[in-house]
Design a protein around this ligand. Structure first.
Ligand SMILES: [Cu+2]
Length: 213
């Protein structure tokens, strides 16, 4: 062996080890997609369903979101449905000139923001997963929802197709849950088991029964 050969071989060996390490990391981070087709009891595509994937690992990946808002505009909640992860703080800016008095009696989060204009100084912390139904003491027709999830893997179904797609989901076993504002109040999200493949797309099609008009 020439004196210069050993360092070269050593370096080559190190590079190989490094490449191997990267391949191993790639393996651990394998992720697939999930496509869910949501329909009503009659089989008609259903828009604005929230589909999400729960698991012990998903719970660890869920981080609080920043900058979340449930505004009031033209005496409506905007957006009508807000999806956040557990631990997220939400602000409730009033963009109307009239005062609002926002409240929730939902077990997931009971709170009340007494008559106000502008943005209340303290955001509301949503520290428990579940459905929060919002109302306003002054305007009975105002209704909004905050869905608090223990997972970062969620999507909404599209208007024409009823399809929702979630990408970059780590491979593994999950519980797929589907929720819609038209489910009876207090009804749990519909659920089924779903395995996300290492590559490619897992598909599911779901009919939501018992939807309110
Ligand atoms: Cu109001």
């Amino acid at each position: 062996m020439t004196p210069g050969g050993t360092p070269f071989l050593r370096r080559a060996g190190r590079l190989l080890l490094c490449a191997w390490g990267l391949a191993g990391w790639g393996l651990a981070a394998q992720a697939g997609s999930v496509q869910v087709e949501v329909a009503d009891a009659a089989g008609k595509p259903l828009a604005d369903a929230v589909v999400f994937l729960d698991s012990a690992d998903a719970r660890k990946q869920a981080k609080p979101l920043a900058g979340m808002e449930m505004a009031q505009e033209k005496r409506q909640f905007v957006p009508g449905v807000l999806v956040v992860t557990t631990g997220t703080e939400v602000r409730f800016p009033n963009r109307d000139t009239v005062r609002h008095h926002v409240y929730s009696f939902s077990p997931t989060k009971k709170f009340e923001l007494k008559l106000y204009t502008g943005t209340p100084s303290n955001p509301v912390l949503f520290d428990k997963a579940g459905v929060v139904t919002l109302g306003c003491n002054i305007h009975d027709q105002m209704v909004g929802w905050i869905l608090v999830l223990d997972t970062p893997y969620y999507a909404r179904s599209a208007a024409a197709t009823g399809k929702a797609q979630i990408d970059n989901v780590p491979t593994g076993a999950y519980t797929l849950r589907i929720w819609h504002t038209r489910l009876p109040v207090g009804a749990p999200a519909q659920e089924q088991a779903l395995t996300v493949p290492a590559t490619g797309t897992a598909t599911a099609s779901v009919r939501l029964m018992g939807l309110q008009p």
